[in-house]
Design a protein around this ligand. Structure first.
Ligand code: 26Q
Length: 825
């Protein structure tokens, strides 16, 4: 379908619904009065929000159907993106932008005296993800629809998404995120596509009529997977793809054995157990090992999605698997759905009677695996015993995959038992474990990292021996973010300025931003650029005021770090710098100091003690600093509660400085770094993840680099002596003294001891003290550049102008060409 979508406009209906103000007005009225049964607008706008959502939704549905018909006709190769997380954020405003309905809708809303912004506030974020990996899946769906690629997202429809974070007395409190409580106008239940998922039971070998041995998985406790479809609109191209989310539902079959034994309550309780599967998102962004429910979620998603793809394929292809492998791809978003490798084997063999070799060829040529972490402790492992009871048939298949794989290893490295032990999918120990990453690598034709350094480190470290065995499988796909949400929508003023300067083509071809480069030296353009930044800073200041009750002055430097709270991301290093600035102020050493507002936000996994303590420390330091009269015009500190997609939309537009300060070699890519860059923030960062590519793109002059490099980190560890570093550095010594004397916790003595101890620990994995000096020096450069307003403006413009390669359109183009091998128009 071309950009106009004309051909399909006719094939479906006589004419599509109008996009003018009048049509919107009529439909808003109709939905409010008839669909929702309300006579007038209520005070809190919830009904009007729903009427607007339905008005937009109608238009999405038309294009959705046209897209389905186009795919049915053209029979393209299809991709299923399997992910336990999709962090979609809000839908209304995104759909309005992508469908170009902003102007008419705004005009139509005037009759109600409500702005689109006010209405948008009624929508809960779809927070079905933890952080980077989940948001990446959402950006990818946007790019796939924009590039008109037939990619379906498959995930879980959690009743409760990422928890809502509150701060009480400086500590994180977790509240449930009941995002569906007011209903969700963006989903369509599809009961006609319910799939049945098996759990528990046991296997039996049977010989069929032709004398062929088949395996049966019997006496299972089944759960139903009910699909809910959400439309994913492309940018102004009439393509609407699908995000299919599964809800778990009981089969309503009482287990006869339980029932007959009089265990009525147990029988009813098992209904409950089934429905627990899609109840809640696990709020850890590093694997928490061994949780039975998590493995149930993983298998539930994998089995339902594969069955869905297969059944629909067979319906369209006369019940034949011919060409299935050429026409389907499955992308595994980390190892979370890696069980899909074994499940596809099971479905092809047990349900469709295929032999091992044919099934294995299909599996290997359709599966592709993306790795998102270098932390060895984050590699997923599941106890074999858990598999044996919960997924007995899958364990058999995994054993067989492993046996055949190890034969390949032996022939590659004859007489080398250590290689077998090293590479085995089963880690033999007292309590043997299934290594999910190894299953994913063995069962896929593609293994990719998410930034250049990350992929290199996978090849030389974590997966070194697999790389020696199969170098051709490994490839890099540097992450990207969608420029529609992360510049077009979240920064309308900058968008207008860019449009007026280079036209509108950049929104679907982000490299065009490079045309801004000649403007970087023009004084009038710099002025306009910084005026926009100032307005965005005012929006951010309002958010901070409202949620933290801290006053940010828009003349000050906005220094921002928002992301999950993790030791490797080193929010602690940021705090040490803040304490250092405070110490300088108290000592009267303020020469060259630039007035600065430091904003930190992010959620800690509920069971991650140190991350939660770091949040408390940030809040305690903020309390002291913000109350200190001497610091009043020089330093403000705030912790923003409940950081989420919708908050980032305001934050990235209003930041001057983006903090990307992880220990080198630990952050796989980062994607927040890209959002800040696009919106003209300068980065202070280590040579880690995609920071390296960001610095290459903008040039070393316009990036504040500091810290050890990945290889140096490994060398330093051996003889790391933080207490010596502290003793040798007067600034760090003073900072540690403030911390150790209890200056920030006078009423709660000793609470920060664990933080102090990690900084002083020779085994501190994150080498916080090692990078302190270099970080402080880089922050001094930041201050000096910020004082030269025109220089800063120039660098800010150049950052946006150089951000073209961080569009997820580029990333998805590479997945489509190099992994999925999709035809592209
Ligand atoms: C696994 C098992 C059990 C419970 C939880 C988990 C789990 C859940 C989420 C493990 C990891 C995650 C999320 C990881 C993640 O977000 N990684 C980030 O991915 C981004 C996109 O590629 C990168 O930019 C970041 O560098 C990486 O940290």
């Amino acid at each position: 379908m071309g950009k106009s979508g004309k051909s399909s406009e006719k094939s479906v209906f006589k004419e599509w619904l109008g996009l003018d103000e009048k049509s919107f007005q009529t439909d808003l009225d109709r939905h409010l009065n008839l669909t929702l049964g309300k006579d007038q607008e209520d005070g809190n706008h919830l009904y009007l929000y729903n009427a607007a959502a339905l008005t937009i939704r109608d238009r999405l549905v038309e294009r959705w159907r046209a897209t389905r018909e186009k795919y049915a006709e053209e029979k393209p190769k299809r991709v299923a993106y399997l992910s336990l997380e999709f962090l979609m954020g809000r839908t209304l405003t995104n759909a309005v932008l992508n469908l170009d309905m902003d102007e008419s809708l705004r005009k139509a809303l005037k009759t109600y005296g409500v702005t689109l912004e006010e209405l948008a506030e009624e929508e809960h974020d779809a927070g079905l993800g933890n952080g980077g990996l989940g948001r990446l899946a959402a950006c990818f769906l946007d790019s796939c629809a924009t590039l008109e690629l037939p990619v379906t997202g498959y995930g879980i429809r959690y009743d409760y998404g990422m928890f809502h974070q509150k701060i009480k007395d400086g500590y994180q409190i977790e509240l449930p995120d009941h995002w569906l409580k007011e209903g969700n106008p963006w989903e369509f239940e599809a009961p006609e596509n319910i799939r049945r998922i098996k759990f528990y039971g046991h296997t039996v070998a049977e010989t069929d009529a032709d004398g062929k041995l088949t395996m049966k998985w019997v006496d299972t406790d089944d759960v139903l997977a009910v699909p809910y479809d959400m439309p994913v609109p492309g940018y102004r191209n009439n393509t609407v793809n699908t995000l299919r989310l599964w809800k778990a539902s009981s089969t309503n079959e009482f287990r006869l054995d339980q029932f007959n034994q009089g265990s009525y309550t147990e029988a009813v309780a098992s209904k409950n157990e089934a429905e627990q599967i899609s109840m809640v998102l696990y709020p850890n962004d590093v694997s928490e090992n061994g949780k039975v429910l998590r493995l149930r979620q993983q298998y539930f998603l994998s089995s339902a999605s594969l069955q869905d793809v297969i059944v629909r394929w067979l319906q369209r292809n006369d019940n034949s698997f011919e060409n299935f492998a050429e026409k389907n791809s499955f992308q595994l978003n980390d190892t979370h759905p890696a069980i899909a490798v074994a499940e596809l084997m099971r479905l092809l063999m047990d349900d469709y009677g295929m032999g091992w070799d044919e099934a294995w060829t299909i599996t290997r040529s359709t599966m592709a695996y993306t790795n998102h972490t270098l932390l060895p402790e984050a590699l997923e492992r599941w106890p074999v015993r858990l598999f044996r009871t919960m997924l007995p048939r899958l364990l058999e298949i995994i054993y067989e995959i492993n046996a055949r794989f190890l034969r390949e290893v032996s022939s590659h490295w004859p007489h080398d038992e250590s290689k077998l032990r090293e590479l085995s999918i089963i880690e033999e120990s007292g309590d043997p474990q299934v290594r999910m990453a190894y299953l994913a690598i063995v069962g896929s034709h593609s293994v990719n990292g998410v930034a250049a350094l990350h992929t290199e480190l996978l090849k030389s470290g974590l997966f070194k021996t697999f790389y020696e065995l199969w170098p051709e499988k490994f490839n890099n796909k540097t992450n990207g973010v969608t420029p529609r949400r992360w510049l077009g929508f979240c920064n309308p003023e900058l968008t207008d300025l860019i449009n007026a300067t280079i036209g509108e083509g950049w929104l679907t071809d982000l490299d065009q931003l490079a045309q801004l480069k000649p403007m970087a030296d023009k004084k009038t353009f710099q002025k306009k650029w910084m005026t926009v930044k100032k307005h965005n800073k005012a929006r951010l200041a309002a958010l901070v005021q409202e949620s933290c009750d801290v006053l940010f002055d828009t003349d000050m430097l906005f220094d921002v770090q928002v992301k999950r709270i993790h030791e490797y991301k080193r929010q602690l290093l940021n705090v040490l710098h803040v304490i250092h600035l405070y110490d300088r102020i108290m000592r009267g050493d303020t020469e060259g100091m630039v007035p600065r507002c430091v904003l930190i936000g992010g959620k800690a996994a509920p069971g991650y003690f140190m991350a939660k303590l770091i949040i408390k420390l940030i809040n305690s330091v903020a309390d002291v600093v913000n109350k200190e009269p001497l610091a009043d015009k020089l330093l403000k500190v705030a912790f923003l509660p409940n950081y989420r997609v919708t908050a980032m939309e305001v934050i990235c537009a209003g930041a001057d400085l983006s903090e990307q300060i992880s220990t080198a070699g630990k952050e796989a890519s980062g994607t927040g770094n890209m959002k800040f860059m696009m919106n003209g923030a300068l980065t202070i960062g280590t040579l880690d993840g995609a920071n390296i590519e960001i610095r290459d793109a903008v040039g070393e002059e316009d990036f504040f680099l500091f810290g050890l490099k990945a290889d140096e980190v490994e060398q330093v560890r051996a003889s790391y002596n933080p207490s010596q570093i502290i003793a040798d550095d007067d600034d760090l010594k003073a900072v540690m003294h403030l911390l150790e004397s209890g200056h920030f916790n006078l009423c709660e003595p000793g609470i920060f001891d664990p933080v102090v101890n990690t900084i002083r620990d020779p085994h501190d994995q994150w080498l916080t003290a090692a990078d302190f000096r270099s970080f402080v020096d880089a922050q001094k450069d930041v201050a000096s550049v910020y004082q030269q307003k025109e220089l800063w403006a120039r660098k800010s413009i150049l950052n946006t102008a150089s951000s073209g390669m961080f569009s997820s359109d580029r990333t998805i183009g590479q997945y489509a060409d190099e992994i999925w091998r999709l035809k592209r128009s």
